[in-house]
Design a protein around this ligand. Structure first.
Ligand code: BGC
Length: 247
C-alpha cells in the first residue's frame, strides 16, 4: 500500500509516495526550496506543489520542525513564528483540495521510520533517535512506542541550548572540524545518557551520511551509538506511516 509523505525542512520541502511495506519511496522524491520566510501560506503552497507533481489523491502525512499536538503547531524554533497555533492539517487539507492530512514532528517521523525499517528495527527498551541539522530533533521510544514531542534539542548544555551548540548548523557557523564537533556531540549524548539511560542512540539527519567521520570520535558512551539507515528519506517514510496509522 502506498501513502504520500512530505518532509518540511528549513531548506527544502520534499515528498513522494511511500511503499509502506518496503518502508521506502515508491518513486523518486520531488523537492522544492523552502520559501523564506517560511510562512504557513507559502509553505502550504509548496506542499501542494509537491503533492500535485505526482497527481496524488489519497492520505498525506506531513512532518513539521516543531511541537505538534493533535495537528496544531505549538512551537516554531527555526521556522516562521506565524505557524504557532495553526491547525496544520486544516490549512494543508484545504490547499490539497480536501485530502486527509496527518501532521507530526519531524524527528518523531524519522524515528518512527527508523524503528520499523532502519537502525531501530526489533529494538526494545529505551531508544533515542536524534536528528542533527539546523536544530536537533529527538524521538524517544520505549519498547517501540513513541513518546512524542520530546524536544531534547532544547536541553541546556554548557549554559546554552544544546542545538545552538551541537547542531550541524553550529558546526558550519563556527567552522568546527569533525573532532571539535564530535566533542560537543559526545557531551550532549553523555547528558542524555545521564537522564534517560537508553540502550541505543540512533544518530540521524543529513550528517548521518558522514557517520564514519565523527562517530568513531565519540567514546565513553555506554549505550550503542549507530547511524540512521534511512537517512534523508526517514521523515518522508515516517510521515506516510503516521498518515496510515502506523506509529
Ligand atoms: C525543534 C524540534 C525539531 C528539531 C529538528 C528543533 O528546533 O524545536 O521540534 O524536531 O528542531 O528540526
Amino acid at each position: 500500500m502506498n501513502v504520500f509523505g512530505v518532509d518540511i525542512g528549513g531548506s527544502g520541502i520534499k515528498g513522494a509516495p511511500v511503499d509502506l511495506d518496503r518502508g521506502d519511496l515508491a518513486e523518486p522524491r520531488h523537492k522544492v526550496l523552502t520559501p523564506q520566510p517560511a510562512t504557513p501560506s507559502d509553505v502550504a503552497g509548496c506542499v501542494a506543489e509537491v503533492v500535485a507533481h505526482f497527481g496524488w489523491s489519497g492520505p498525506v502525512g506531513v512532518t513539521f520542525p516543531g511541537v505538534v499536538t493533535g495537528s496544531t503547531i505549538r512551537t516554531a524554533a527555526n521556522v516562521d513564528k506565524g505557524w504557532i497555533d495553526v491547525d496544520a492539517a486544516v490549512l494543508l487539507g484545504e490547499r490539497l483540495g480536501g485530502l486527509p492530512v496527518t501532521v507530526l514532528n519531524d524527528a518523531d517521523a524519522a524515528g518512527v521510520a527508523e524503528m520499523t525499517h532502519g537502525a531501530g528495527r526489533g529494538r526494545t527498551g529505551t531508544v533515542l533517535m536524534l536528528t542533527f541539522g539546523t536544530g536537533i530533533g529527538s524521538a524517544l521510544f520505549v519498547d517501540g512506542r513513541l513518546v512524542p514531542n520530546t524536544e531534547l534539542g532544547h536541553l541546556e548544555l554548557n549554559g546554552k541550548e544544546a542545538e545552538k551548540h551541537a547542531s550541524t548548523k553550529a558546526k558550519e557557523d563556527k567552522d568546527l572540524d569533525w573532532q571539535e564537533w564530535a566533542h560537543r556531540v559526545r557531551a550532549y549524548l553523555a547528558h542524555l545518557e545521564m537522564l534517560f539511560s537508553p540502550e541505543l542512540f540512533i544518530v540521524g539527519g543529513g550528517v548521518s551520511r558522514k557517520a564514519e567521520k565523527f562517530l568513531p570520535l565519540i567514546d565513553g558512551i555506554r549505550a550503542e551509538v549507530v547511524p540512521a539507515q534511512l537517512q534523508n528519506n526517514a521523515g518522508i517514510v515516517g510521515a506516510a506511516m503516521a498518515a496510515a496509522g502506523r506509529r
